[in-house]
Design a protein around this ligand. Structure first.
Ligand code: TAP
Length: 499
């Protein structure tokens, strides 16, 4: 988008009318308790809106609406091509409102509005379209049986799905779940993160406008320990899909065990390695991808390439190129053109990141770029791109998810050592590898225990490929691709004896 085509987002922000109520059974409603909480713009610390504080009673109402919608078949039994059309209309409506949604996402989350426009929203639209288009193209199976028997293996919707959403890519993650959930004929109750409820609520309005029947999609904003837990423990929720931290993910397994053994799907944290071999000759594209890996979305990305594993011989040269390139990632006002690193989600999270930086220094890491809070005068929560040298894989900054723009450099000598360090983590979400050697590319990508391995790029692929984690990065399934449909369906065997 050229500078003169670019909307004036700052003035658009002043004109926004923000809806903060819950969306239950096709209606905007206040919380049953009448309580609200405030959502804040992390770029200036100012209050954006009062939002309904949903709790157990609101979750009960939303689940009852979702269950009624599921049981009377208003969505599940609609002809597949009609459901496809409705979901495609929703995708079109998101696209028609892309600038407003990107702006809301940026205001609520702190990410650059240009990133929301170029990445979050297109991703959201694509998730809805890809799964919508699959609705009338998926076939079930007939099993091989003797002639007097007909045996069908059919896929049926699982029922009511609860979705608990994090704050880092709110609308993109909602769509990642809503696409396959609705494609499968299910109903859904969404609990957005307390920090970023606004796009979920606006999305609900578009759901109604698209003609998706009431009760099929419900949004209950609120807090994790109350609304999130109520969904996790609800006896009429058949499946709970969660994206967020590994720590909170564990709770959902406990909630399910202590309630109705609902299916639980967890997409969790990561500590992903970016491995650079010494056969790489052109550092230009590599440092661009390393920056995407750790600076995009302020590093608040579950698959962030937060551990740079570099082969000893090229370490100093590569780090000079990293520092030079990372300096071009401008930290600033998320609504301004040219901003590449926006505000962190909230003050508490910023301090958590600064504490990690301090711990890295204490444990012997050497900062070669950044390391500080910046732009404090704005009232917002910004940390500059930060690069550590001299890290070893046992240090806290190499083991724990920082979820900020902090890269830790760990040298290695051999391919085997790189694989060993890459796998020496409780996580296994993603990894990237930079090499010109096909043999190394194949060997390392097969040896790394992670759900996605990218070679010569940092990327999570597109809708056509599964996304999810090994080890403590995930549980119970995969998002995206046709595997996502498996998560939200049950397999039924029908065995018919013909007489
Ligand atoms: P969490 O603190 O885990 O929160 C995620 C969601 O869970 C929020 O809606 C939160 O509600 C809710 N929650 C919190 N405590 C709960 C409880 N006791 N019971 C039920 N629900 C509860 O994560 P976050 O801070 O939003 O996001 C950052 C983390 O998510 C990072 O660790 C990151 O790696 C991970 N993440 C992973 C992925 C994938 S795909 N693997 C993608 C994005 C993020 P509140 O609104 O009250 O906090």
């Amino acid at each position: 988008m050229s500078e003169n085509q670019r909307p004036n987002f700052a003035s658009r922000a002043n004109e926004l009318t923000i809806e903060g109520r819950a969306f239950i059974n096709g209606q905007f409603v206040p919380a049953a308790s009448g309580k609200t909480f405030k959502t804040v713009n992390p770029a200036n610390g100012k209050i954006l809106a009062d939002v309904a504080e949903g709790d157990v009673e609101d979750v009960n109402r939303a689940v009852a609406a979702a269950k009624a919608a599921f049981e009377d078949g208003r969505w599940a039994k609609m002809a597949p091509k009609e459901r496809k059309r409705a979901l495609l209309r929703l995708a079109d409506l998101v696209e028609a409102n892309i600038e407003e949604l990107a702006l809301l996402e940026s205001l609520d989350n702190g990410k650059p509005v240009d990133d929301a426009l170029a990445a979050d929203l297109p991703d959201c639209i694509e998730s809805l379209r890809w799964h919508a288009e699959a609705i009338d193209k998926l076939y079930d199976q007939v099993s091989p049986t003797p002639g007097d028997i007909v045996s069908l293996v059919v896929r049926e919707p699982i029922g009511v799905v609860g979705a608990v959403i994090p704050w880092n890519f709110p609308l993109a993650i909602i769509a990642m779940k809503v696409g396959p959930v609705l494609a499968g004929g299910n109903s859904i109750v969404i609990k957005p993160a307390e920090q970023t409820p606004l796009t979920a609520i606006r999305f609900a309005e578009l759901v109604a406008e698209a003609g998706i029947p009431p009760g099929v999609v419900n949004v209950v904003p609120g807090f994790g320990e109350t609304a999130g837990q109520a969904l996790g423990r609800h006896m009429d929720v058949d499946c709970l899909t969660f994206t967020g931290s590994t720590e909170v993910g564990r709770y959902f397994l406990k909630y399910a065990a202590e309630s109705n053994l609902k299916r639980v799907i967890l997409e969790l944290g990561g500590k992903s390695p970016a491995i650079v071999m010494d056969d790489v000759t052109d550092f230009g594209p590599v440092v661009e991808q390393l920056a995407m890996g750790i600076l995009f979305s302020q590093g608040e990305n579950c698959s962030a390439g937060s551990r740079l594993l570099v082969q000893e011989g090229i370490k100093d040269k590569l780090l000079s190129a990293v520092v030079e390139h990372f300096r071009t990632w401008r930290v600033g006002d998320p609504l301004a053109a040219g901003t590449k690193v926006g505000a962190l989600i909230e003050e508490k999270h910023m301090h958590r990141i600064l504490d990690y930086i301090e711990s890295g220094k204490q444990e012997g890491g050497r900062i070669i770029l950044g390391g500080n809070r910046v732009l404090q005068e704005t009232g917002g929560f910004f940390v500059e791109p930060t690069v550590f040298d001299n890290v070893n894989n046992s240090m806290k900054i190499a083991r724990e998810e920082i979820f900020g723009p902090v890269l830790s450099t760990i040298p290695f000598r051999t391919v085997e050592e790189a694989i060993q360090i890459a796998n020496d983590t409780p996580y296994g979400l993603a990894a990237s590898l930079y090499t010109n050697n096909l043999h190394t590319a194949h060997k390392v990508s097969r040896a790394i225990r992670a759900g996605t391995v990218s070679v010569n790029c940092f990327s999570e692929g597109d809708q056509s490929v599964p996304f999810g984690g090994f080890k403590q990065s995930g549980f119970g399934g995969r998002e995206k691709s046709f595997l996502a449909h498996d998560q939200y369906s049950q397999v039924k065997t029908i065995w018919m004896q013909l007489r």
